[in-house]
Write a protein that binds this ligand. Structure first.
Ligand code: UT7
Length: 319
């Protein structure tokens, strides 16, 4: 029998403060109409004092561990995907590890921005299938509000904070991750980036994006990586029960679904409630759709994301 990385639990966490488009428009030169029409976003959560990438990640992790029905000590691998770590180092994964009271396991961060969770899933899957670990906690957690330029309306209305987590366990059987595909093309790293960093400016910097260029690449890359991952797993778009995409823009979700010939009612959409939470967006959407009963055991899911770098990736899994 084949050893696979089975998805045995999910969890998520959002900051307490929820901000509507109308509230944003009080301080930013924008409107609810523009944001809804161009992006589909209605709300985002913004971290307050004491809420950080690691605290949100730990809260999501605790819920995922509870949903999996395991003891935290069984986790022997933690991978946390983020572009907004609490500190330059140590890895936020080790802060989550400490918050969970796990004294010894493998713990590190992955930086692939909005594709970070897909990258983390791919790495965890390889490590579980080769026996390097048995039970993995994979987290996407972000506090993008802390790297936004709140005077740049072309970016600050698009992002939100949050975290999502999954527990994967190596087991023999049919459920679990069936295929992953990861890509990067560094020629485009000037289209979506942060204008600061420890080794260049010595500052944290702010998000900068050429939105229209990113949009065009996103639709092409996401459709192609979904087809590639489905082919690897031996399926076609007709076999998909649920597409759980990166939640950047409702128009991108609609365009990629159309390109695949997938009906809109098979796409999990949470962008209206959470905005773009970067590495947290796919696991947040996944947890939302599992908890509200849309995703059921045994269904075929496709996960995808694309972000700065550019980086992009896909994953086909049986829930
Ligand atoms: O997660 C990583 C991946 N990221 C993405 O996938 C984001 C991809 N890009 C997008 O989602 C879209 O390109 C945006 C939502 C960022 C922008 O939508 P757009 O339809 O491409 O708008 P645009 O940039 O062409 O701007 C249209 C107009 C401009 O005004 P003019 O030049 O036509 O007078 C902007 O200045 O909208 C203006 N504008 C705004 N107006 C009100 C830009 N931002 C805002 C705003 N409120 N927040």
């Amino acid at each position: 029998m084949t050893v696979r990385s089975a998805l045995i639990g999910t969890g998520s966490a959002l900051p307490a403060r929820r901000v509507s488009n109308a509230e944003l428009a009080e301080t930013v030169d924008t409107s609810d109409e523009w944001i809804v029409a161009r992006t589909g976003i209605r709300f985002r959560h913004i971290a307050g004092e004491g809420e950080t990438t690691a605290t949100l990640g730990a809260e999501a992790a605790k819920k995922a561990i509870a949903a999996a029905g395991i003891d935290a000590q069984e986790v022997d691998l933690i991978i946390l995907a983020t572009a907004t770590p609490d500190q330059t180092f140590p890895a936020s994964a080790t802060k989550v590890q400490a918050a969970l009271g796990i004294n010894d396991c493998i713990a590190f961060d992955v930086a692939a921005v909005c594709s970070g969770f897909l990258y983390a899933l791919g790495v965890a899957d390889s490590m579980l299938r080769t026996g390097a670990a048995r039970t993995a906690l994979v987290i996407g957690a972000e506090t993008f509000s802390r790297i936004l330029d709140w005077e740049d309306r072309t970016t600050c209305v698009l992002f939100g904070d949050g975290a999502g987590a999954v527990i994967l366990r190596a087991e023999e059987g049919e459920r679990g991750i069936l295929a992953t595909a990861l890509h990067a093309d560094g020629r485009h790293n000037g289209l979506l980036y942060v204008d600061g960093g420890p080794s260049t400016t010595g500052t944290v910097g702010h998000v900068r994006m050429k939105g229209q260029d990113v949009f065009k690449h996103a639709v092409v890359n996401l459709a192609s990586v979904m087809t590639e991952t489905l082919e690897k797993a031996g399926f076609t778009a007709d076999d998909i029960d649920w597409l759980v995409p990166h939640q950047a823009n409702a128009r991108i979700l609609d365009a990629t679904a159309r390109k695949l010939g997938l009906s809109a009612d098979k796409v999990v959409k949470t962008v209206d409630q959470h905005a773009n939470t970067s590495a947290a967006s796919v696991p947040l959407a996944l947890d939302t759709a599992i908890r509200d009963g849309r995703i059921k055991p045994g269904q075929l899911l496709v996960l995808e994301a694309m972000g700065g770098g550019f980086t992009w990736g896909g994953c086909v899994l049986r829930s």
